[in-house]
Design a protein around this ligand. Sequence first.
Ligand code: COA
Length: 480
Amino acid sequence: MAKKAKRQKPKSRTAARKSSRKMGKLAAKKSTKKSAKQSNGNGLPKPSSKPYGQNGKALTGVRILDFTHVQSGPTCTQLLAWFGADVIKVERPGVGDITRGQLVDVKGADSLYFTMLNHNKRSITIDSKNPQGMRVLEALIKKCDVLVENFAPGALDRMGLTWQRINKINPRIIVASIKGFGPGPYEDCKVYENVAQCAGGSASTTGFRDGPPLVTGAQIGDSGTGLHLALGIVSALYQRTRSGRGQKVDVAMQDGVLNLCRVKLRDQQRLKAGPLTEYSQYGEGVAFGDATPRAGNDSGGGQPGWILKCKGAPEDPNAYIYFITQAPVWGPICDLIGEPTWKTDPEYATPRARLPKLKAIFARIESWTLTKTKFEVMEACNAVDIPVGPILSMKEIAAEPSLRKSRTVVEVDHPTRGKYLSVGNPIKLSDSISEVRRSPLLGEHTDEILTDVLGFAAKDVAEIKNSGALSAPKKEEKAA
Ligand code: COA
């Protein structure tokens, strides 16, 4: 039976006053707390008073199950690792990421291809097709915030790791994938860098008009897509702070390349309105077709530009400079090259008047650049705000002191290959300072991940190891 409610004794006036004062104090305390919180902005913690660089890293506490290989996926997870994520690279026992053994320059050591794409990661070997291997993978899925993969279409599903299953094991996990193509007729195709450059519109718009399409040296298909994926991942991590759940992040290499070629799709649409006047073929009187043409070394923006020889060319293949005849600095250009009358001559004074004669104008400028090294041209031009780009060789870049100082080019030591140069993190955060640590040896961290991260007991570790899930099949098994 319910007890009778006790009748409340009326409070004495002093008690009531005391309690109202107490309430008032509490309310005041609460409201000061609230306003302090608000003044820190949307519930964010108070700004740290620690010196910059001593607050952990941007992604400290984020754990990545890195199922990537070759270049596109590893580029993405390397960036996340530089920002402080704990990246656990899962590799096939005995073989590892195929790039470990590609383009080998030091016998017996991991290649530069691998080492330069897998800094700051840990490596565990797991055969995903072995039931004990799957047990380890499932344990990792439970412990990780993000799974990143760039297998061929369908490969992850064939392993049994469908999105539904991964999401059931850990609804908070983000599953990030790179494929060659998005949904459509080519979705099942395997894709490498140059395939993506061709399918994403880069090759058809690169090269000279009278030559074949060209691929570029910049790895816009692989590394470019990895960059896109990294942004998708951090965005999904941020959304998870509100939604509490994971999601899929998909980037197709074709889409990534196209995104980097968007100015060429711009030009495709501009063709309807008439010829593309900033393309040198316009000045040369060559008719445009119905697709964005290759523009040689024309500048992609509205300012005419071209690559010109400097002192030493063509014997020195990199004695060239990119020269832009930007309208606001036309006067200083005329003075530098010794054509002061061009400043006022109506045949040269305006961009419109110059357009049909760009080839001749660049030839004249080249007769001046040929008298100087590319660095001398740079010095003379920058002094009067003329933008120019020296064609730097990889040899020059490797030796450039300012790039070493900014840690964009770093020297890394490796136990089997010795010292080598790598490109460090090009994105500089003032409170999340990147250090570049060497890439892991194959399976170097298998034991510590099983015990420290996954908490497997010694008998479980022994069971998993005895099943062969973490080691390469013996020779006779391989042959059978
Ligand atoms: N344990 C067991 N099997 C493993 C494994 C592991 N740890 N890691 C990978 N495998 C298996 C996969 O399950 C797959 O097996 P399946 O074909 O029987 O399903 C097999 O290895 C091969 O994987 P796949 O991704 O097809 O490699 P590939 O060398 O044949 O193709 C690419 C390489 C890059 C062409 C392909 O992965 C791809 O198109 N990726 C997407 C686009 C991309 O990123 N391309 C750029 C790469 S820089």
